[in-house]
Design a protein around this ligand. Structure first.
Ligand code: ATP
Ligand code: MG
Length: 306
């Protein structure tokens, strides 16, 4: 089991699936007109660069973590529609047996929706681009903030801080809630703000009780054309879409270590490889990083990853 290979590419196009998108870590294929297949690879990125090799099982683990959150959301916020159909593979004769094992536990079948062109970010703590803006201008996404906030400080209330959804390779742009309302309409913006704050709030408290601080997170929403309801889509509340901090080392007034990527980031920095393309992690870095993902999975789901 220690010789497990990381899966960094998945090609279902050669099996007759149309590829819809390819992100830093995921590949998205069309099952049929209304259904997509999300495949999470074991790729990992740090400082905006994808490493050459991956973290064995990362894609499966994050898919199952996302599914865990979807189930919790279903239970605690039953009125919110989500896109998840199932984490099992479609019964599709185009997928050969040997590919089944590659895809095992790393896929989500989801209902396909038109996607609202916003990243619905919620921040519970001031860090990252929000901290940079605050230091420079005293605002966060253009919103005036109280004076004297310290780096990583918990905000009095979580803030809805949307951004634009940039084209591949471009950077998302932080925008104000007012600007977001211009983009999707005031009423839709209000709804996704409310829902995002609710989901973040319940996830934050759930994770905090288990030793992980979710500093901020990004949701995406679709709009169901049949009902005009908003639908929670994409992956949810994974360390790829959120900042996870270890609760036991949290300290205001400095940057925090990343729950999952710190070992990798430290190695990249100390070896002068930060931001360079074509870098492969040595086995020890992959191993330590994999251990952090398993630890996060265990804490959050209560089950050992196996
Ligand atoms: P990055 O790797 O930086 O996140 P990316 O967002 O382009 O880049 P992915 O996150 O892998 O790459 O792509 C997922 C895409 O699928 C996003 O554009 C997202 O909006 C879209 N999406 C998510 N859920 C659905 C859905 N239910 N129906 C249609 N599109 C969806
Ligand atoms: Mg994405």
């Amino acid at each position: 089991a220690s010789h497990e290979q990381a899966v960094v590419t998945i090609n279902l196009e050669s099996h007759g699936f149309k590829k819809v998108a390819s992100g830093k870590v995921r590949e998205i294929f069309e099952v049929d007109k209304n259904t997509l297949l999300f495949v999470a690879t074991d790729r990992i990125s740090a400082y905006d660069v994808i490493l050459e090799n991956g973290i064995p099982s990362k894609g499966a683990l994050l898919t199952q973590l996302s599914a865990h959150w979807f189930a919790l959301i279903d239970e605690q916020l039953p009125s919110l529609q989500t896109h998840l159909i199932s984490t099992s593979l479609p019964k599709d004769t185009r997928i050969p047996d040997d590919v089944h094992s590659l895809l095992d536990r790393r896929t989500m079948q989801v209902r396909r929706y038109p996607i609202l062109p916003l990243e619905s970010i919620v921040r519970g703590y001031i860090t990252g681009s929000a901290w940079a803006e605050y230091k420079a201008k005293g605002t966060v996404h253009g919103m005036p903030m109280p004076a004297g906030l310290k780096e990583s400080q918990k905000l009095e209330k979580p803030l809805w801080t949307p951004s634009t959804k940039a084209e591949a390779g471009e950077h998302d742009e932080n925008i104000s809630p007012e600007r977001a309302a211009e983009i999707v309409g005031e009423e839709v913006a209000k709804r996704i703000e409310e829902v995002s704050l609710k989901v973040y709030g319940l996830a934050h408290d759930y994770a905090q009780a288990r030793g992980i601080l979710i500093a901020d997170t990004k949701f995406e929403f679709g709009l169901d054309p049949a009902t005009n309801e908003i639908v929670l889509v994409d992956e949810v509340l994974t360390p790829d879409s959120s900042r996870f901090w270890p609760a036991d080392s949290y300290e205001v007034g400095r940057s925090q270590v990343s729950y999952d990527k710190q070992y990798l980031r430290d190695w990249l920095t100390s070896t002068g490889k930060k931001g360079k393309q074509g870098v492969a992690m040595p086995p020890v870095v992959a191993k330590e990083t994999a251990a952090k993902y398993r630890e996060a999975y265990h804490k959050l789901t209560g089950s050992e990853w196996s």
